[in-house]
Unconditional design. Structure first.
Length: 324
């Protein structure tokens, strides 16, 4: 493939991954789709990553390096988005890696189906390269969905495939007004739904092209902290977004996520600690005012009751209801 094809910008946030970085970047520079702009964002990494990034830039003229003060994953991705020149954009986390046809197969699926986003299947593994028993293709062959139909999959067993920023190729224009939330955990929960909502067509690719490496010390394996409340905030913002759009069929799915996580927040945190109490107050405020329209689409009297109580007296209700 020559340079007549569109440029694809690949953004790689880099922080404390000196052991994994070469594997990640090697998998990107060796893509069968060659017309790439590779942006390595050194997010103030305190190890050898800054030097490694510069060495990679010296070896491959498609690589640009940004060095910045540590601001977190969102800040690193946003820094990359500010300088992309490609018509398409993809994200690869630096402790992960991708198959040689990662970009090519998603690009071809987008072209063949006039899609704005492509999503590939995920190969999950641990840091010893042991594959997860849950690995599976999201489709048997290339297929399409509307963006709105994809939103209906942002829950349950399919959530990882559809909510993550990586394992996707995007038309770059979708990111003109969307950025990741600075300083938040679960940053993809805040953003992906806003991208998918703008898509007429999303292409689904069966091949397991993205290697998601779950490290023992990752966010997924830590105890519940006040920062985990970010995902509840993200879901409340998503519910408000759907209400503005009139996506009534998505209200119950989104509220179920909130209902699922509140018991973890009650049992995992001391709600009397000022920082926890203040954060919860900010989050619960996003549910108000109570909306009869939302309530009428929550799927039954129990979720309607919970929604009402969370709007009226969230602290007292949650402590009683979820401590049982």
């Amino acid at each position: 493939m020559g340079n007549t094809l569109p440029v694809v910008s690949v953004i790689v946030p880099v922080y404390k991954v000196e052991r994994q970085l070469d594997r990640c970047v090697t998998s990107i520079v060796n893509q069968s789709y060659r017309n790439l702009e590779i942006i390595l964002v050194d997010d103030g990494s305190p190890d050898q990553c800054p030097r490694k990034c510069d060495e990679w830039a010296d070896r491959d003229d498609r690589i640009t390096v940004i060095h910045q003060r540590n601001g977190g994953l969102s800040a690193a991705r946003n820094a990359g988005l500010e300088i992309i020149s490609g018509d398409y954009v993809a994200f690869v986390d630096s402790d992960d890696y991708v198959e040689p046809d990662y970009i090519r197969l998603m690009f071809e699926a987008m072209q063949a189906n006039d899609a704005e986003v492509a999503i590939c299947s995920i190969h999950q593994e641990d840091d010893q390269a042991t594959a997860s028993a849950d690995n599976r293709a999201i489709v048997d062959q290339v297929a399409t969905l509307s963006g709105r139909s994809c939103l209906a999959r942002l829950g349950g067993d399919t959530v990882a495939d559809y909510v993550t920023a990586w394992n996707k190729l995007y038309a770059a224009r979708l990111w003109k007004t969307v950025r990741f939330p600075a300083g938040k955990l679960h940053e993809d929960e805040y953003t992906t739904y806003r991208i998918l909502a703008e898509c007429d067509t999303v292409a689904l690719v069966p091949e397991l092209l993205y290697h998601y490496v779950q490290n023992a010390g990752s966010i997924m394996h830590t105890t519940y902290s006040v920062r985990n409340l970010d995902r509840i905030e993200a879901w409340i913002q998503r519910l408000r977004f759907y209400r503005q759009r009139g996506y009534t069929e998505l209200y119950a799915l989104t509220f179920d996520l909130i209902r699922w996580d509140l018991p973890h927040a009650v049992k995992g945190l001391d709600w009397n600690v000022p920082i926890v109490h203040r954060r919860l107050g900010e989050i619960f405020a996003g549910l108000r005012p109570f909306s009869p329209s939302v309530a009428s689409h929550l799927g039954g009297p129990k979720p309607v009751f919970i929604y009402l109580m969370l709007c009226v007296c969230p602290f007292r209700f949650s402590r009683i209801w979820y401590s049982r």
